[in-house]
Design a protein around this ligand. Structure first.
Ligand code: CA
Length: 229
């Protein structure tokens, strides 16, 4: 199945140009011009990547991005934000809100298509895989089961979601607030120390005897899941 790209953009000429070029690369393309409809289209179409304009009628791009990141079913979908030239403050805000990449208009179509490809390549293997693997651990999303070096690992639901988030982001440092958002949801009333408690429980569950601890604490930044130690 070809990867599906959702374009949320109200400038028709850009939509036409992007659709044409993405389809030529073999992607399936869906589109909405309305910020207000964007989340509904997301739910219905389940795109693999979103190209999101900053300035939209209805809901602004940045607010849509925030909502995408806040919902468990859409939080992992890569987002490329589009904006007008020279809005450096927008760029920073966009990336803080959780956009994966950022393109300034007017942009080169081939460059944007290259970024789409790169993001899908980076995102797809772990985000769509039924089984995540690393450091001897297998997390089976279908069976909802975790093993390490073949032995069963018993983890609670929170530790399971934490581990899943770690393994989707192997090698990337995740801050406590990213872990909070990803595992508990953005609206949860949980403080960052709770994250430490559950990371501790997760470590206890997955590390036996002399086995390596795949979760590394990065002082002042958060935690990272290492594929091999
Ligand atoms: Ca626009």
């Amino acid at each position: 199945m070809p990867a599906k790209v959702l374009i949320v953009e109200d400038e028709e000429s850009i939509v036409t140009l992007l659709s044409y070029n993405l389809q030529a690369e073999g992607y399936s393309v869906v589109h909405t011009a309305s910020g207000t409809d964007a989340m509904m289209v997301m739910q219905e179409e389940r795109p693999d990547l979103i190209i999101l304009d900053w300035m939209l009628p209805g809901l602004a791009g940045i607010e849509i991005c925030r909502q995408i990141r806040a919902r468990p079913e859409t939080k992992a979908v890569p987002v490329i934000m589009l904006t007008a030239r020279g809005e450096e403050g927008d760029k920073i805000r966009g990336l803080q809100t959780g956009a994966d990449d950022y393109v300034v208009k007017p942009f080169s179509v081939s460059e944007l298509v290259a970024r789409v490809k790169a993001l899908l390549r980076r995102a797809a293997p772990d985000r769509i895989a039924d089984v995540l693997e690393g450091n001897g651990i297998k997390l089976d999303r279908v069976a909802h089961r975790v093993t390490r070096f073949g032995r069963e690992v018993n983890v609670g639901p929170t530790e399971y979601r934490l581990l899943e988030q770690f393994m989707e982001n192997t090698g990337r440092v995740l801050s406590r607030s990213q872990l909070l958002d990803g595992t508990w949801g953005r609206d949860a009333e949980v403080d960052e120390r709770t994250v430490d408690v559950h990371v501790g429980r997760l470590r206890k569950a997955i590390v036996r005897g002399m086995e390596t601890d795949p979760i590394r604490t990065v002082r002042g930044a958060g935690y990272v899941f290492d594929d091999e130690n």
